[in-house]
Design a protein around this ligand. Structure first.
Ligand code: PEP
Length: 251
């Protein structure tokens, strides 16, 4: 039985002060009675403040980072190491988000190194994969997404893989207001699970959580969550408003 996992990707939004205000309001309304795993992924500069509020208010919310470098330390100006994240109680790391692929030229090869570094450091990746509109319209979306999955998981150990979350995020649905139909989203999540079964085993595939991401909001979350292979959501825009994020969690 897979536990539902809802994560908020705040992207380049929220100062540390706004983060504290958000979490205080959210924590007050949320009441720690959730039945699913919840994570927020603020910018690096707000992680310390988020950790303080989560600890002080005893919130059942996990912290995630939006990226991480694969080296442990050294001359990598502007990068953030696994130890830096662990020191802030970070548990999850989003990797391979389409915005990192598009604006920062991240490739499957680099993302694969990061996935392995995340596991070596006992953190948990949220690996994002998804196709562009052109690829979907050409009918090659499964081949493309499964290719990304296979390359990003290259030589990742069987013991580690159960701790991965895959976020299927069709790029044409991110921040656009367009959501994949729940059937299309579930079809892709089923194909991802089938590939994990082929690469590892069906036990592993049944344990791995697969999120859908792309314009998830209070009005479409229930339908998506009714699908058998969708185990949660990676939420961008709607995770920036405490009430919307709460409504999604309480779907
Ligand atoms: C995301 O950035 O991962 C995302 C899914 O964004 P949005 O919910 O805003 O489409």
């Amino acid at each position: 039985m897979r536990k539902v996992f809802i994560a908020g990707n705040w992207k380049m939004n929220m100062t540390h002060l706004e983060t504290m205000k958000f979490l205080e309001e959210f924590g007050f309304k949320f009441g720690n009675k959730n039945k699913c795993d919840i994570a927020v992924c603020p910018p690096f500069t707000a992680l310390r403040s988020a950790m303080t509020v989560i600890n002080d208010d005893n919130l059942e919310i996990k912290l995630g980072a939006q990226n991480m470098y694969f080296e442990t330390k050294g001359a990598f100006t502007g990068e953030i190491s696994p130890d830096m994240l662990k020191a802030l109680n970070v548990e999850y790391v989003i990797l391979g988000h389409s915005e990192r692929r598009q604006y920062f030229n991240e490739t499957d090869k680099l993302i694969n190194k990061k996935v392995k570094a995340v596991f070596e450091n006992k953190l948990k990746p949220i690996l994002c994969i998804g196709e562009t509109i052109d690829i979907r319209e050409s009918g090659r979306e499964k081949e493309f997404v499964i290719g990304q999955l296979t390359d990003c998981l290259d030589s990742v150990d069987r013991e580690d893989i159960v701790n991965i979350t895959i976020a299927y995020e069709p790029i044409w649905a991110i921040g656009t207001g367009k959501t994949a139909t729940s059937e299309d989203a579930n079809n892709m999540c089923s194909a991802i699970r089938a590939k994990i079964a082929e690469l590892y085993s069906s036990d592993v595939a049944n344990a791995v959580r697969i999120q859908y991401g792309g314009s998830v909001k209070p009005s479409n979350i229930s339908e998506l969550m009714n699908m058998p292979d969708i185990d949660g959501a990676l939420v961008g825009g709607a995770s920036l408003k405490a009430d919307d994020f709460l409504a999604i969690i309480n779907y």
